[in-house]
Ligand binder design. Structure first.
Ligand code: ADP
Length: 347
């Protein structure tokens, strides 16, 4: 017996019988379902399954795999089977056969076919991420191990001092990767954004103060250009400080000694934009699309020297997306780069 929203008993409408309801229910599934007798004869196929028996090349292959499964199931082999169609687009399916048993006898089976492409894609992304993280952590750990081994048989105090300063650098690098990973996972987790209306200049000052040590080590100056009236905007200050800091940190890292960086805020009707401009090494056009990916670096060696983690721009992208904004980049090799964060005023 069904219950309606008031808790009253309700029955199916008289014009639709139970079998019809069952058929409608099975047709509404995003899954191919076929019910067979024990010889593999098809008793029922839902609309998704029927679609798979249509004429297109990909569907024909799917139907062939599905029929193989039915054939095997009719022989009593109720296995799950994964198969891929190489597309494009590449698609992955999971086919399953389950026996139907009455009075301890197999009287037929149900075969289902599920499109698991998205799930597989997510699994691949997760696996790649874990592999990347492990690789990134292994590099400094390996270096520290080697340095420690060398130190244990070294007695020259000058060499020892040099080696220990390299151990310290690798430890700092390791710490930075872990910090960025934690930052990224906090920023990525849904519901973590806590927005509040606040003046943008305080957030900027905080980000600038975080980068001031590395900037002064390179004698890089940071010029801040703000609108006359400080605009207020609804933001998660902690996340926004992290995003601006990462852009400024990159601008410093990829600038030459004594260079100048500019951070400009423009307040227009619909958008508040924050641009970080440097006159540094610039980014080749072919890399521009990929620099926001986790662990992507234009030049691995340079990044190692500058102590980059390859996570900074992923953090920036996520923060901006959490604020319904977007980020653009203009860059010319040898001339410099400008990263602009666009924040909608009404978000
Ligand atoms: P990293 O920690 O290596 O800097 P990011 O995710 O912050 O990682 O940046 C990814 C890559 O994009 C960097 O390795 C670098 O090659 C390039 N990049 C980012 N910002 C700049 C910039 N201002 N100038 C030149 N290259 C940059």
């Amino acid at each position: 017996m069904l219950h309606d929203s008031n808790g009253q008993h309700s029955s199916p409408q008289p014009s639709i019988n139970k079998v019809k309801y069952l058929e409608m229910g099975l047709n509404s599934l995003n899954l191919g379902v076929v019910v067979c007798d024990s010889n593999g004869g098809i008793i029922f196929a839902n609309s998704q399954a029927e679609k798979m028996f249509s004429t297109s090349y990909g569907d024909a292959l799917t139907a062939k795999e599905f029929q193989n499964l039915i054939h095997e199931a009719a022989k009593g082999n109720y296995t799950n089977q994964n198969f891929d169609l190489f597309g494009p687009p590449k698609r992955s399916f999971l086919a399953k056969a389950t026996p139907l048993i009455e009075d301890q006898k197999v009287v037929g089976f149900t075969a289902t076919l599920e499109d698991i492409s998205l799930k597989k894609q997510l699994d691949d992304v997760r696996r790649d991420f874990v592999a990347n993280v492990s690789h990134e952590l292994k590099t400094p750990i390996g270096a520290m191990q080697l340095l420690a081994e060398t130190m244990s048989i070294e007695s020259d105090p000058d060499v020892l001092a040099r080696l220990s300063s390299r151990v310290e650098k690798e430890a700092i690098r390791l710490g930075r990767i872990v910090e960025d990973l934690l930052d990224l996972s906090r920023i990525e987790s849904s519901g973590s954004t806590e927005k509040r209306n606040q003046p943008i200049d305080q957030v900027i000052q905080e980000a600038v103060s975080r980068v001031s040590t590395s900037a002064s080590l390179k004698d890089v100056s940071i010029d801040i250009v703000l609108p006359k009236d400080t605009p207020e905007i609804s933001i998660d200050a902690r996340q926004m400080i992290s995003a601006i800091y990462n852009l400024l940190d990159n601008a410093v890292k990829y600038s030459d000694q004594n260079d100048q960086i500019q951070l400009e805020v423009v307040d227009s009707v619909d958008w508040l934009t924050l641009s970080v401009r440097d006159n540094g090494i610039g980014i080749p056009p072919r890399d521009l699309e990929r620099i926001f990916e986790r662990f992507y670096r234009v030049d691995q060696n340079r990044s190692r020297i500058t102590g980059g983690t390859g996570l900074g721009l992923s953090i920036v992208r996520h923060v901006v997306e959490n604020h319904e904004g977007h980020i653009t980049v203009e860059s010319e090799e040898g001339k410099g780069s400008t990263f602009t964060v666009w924040l909608p005023k009404d978000a």
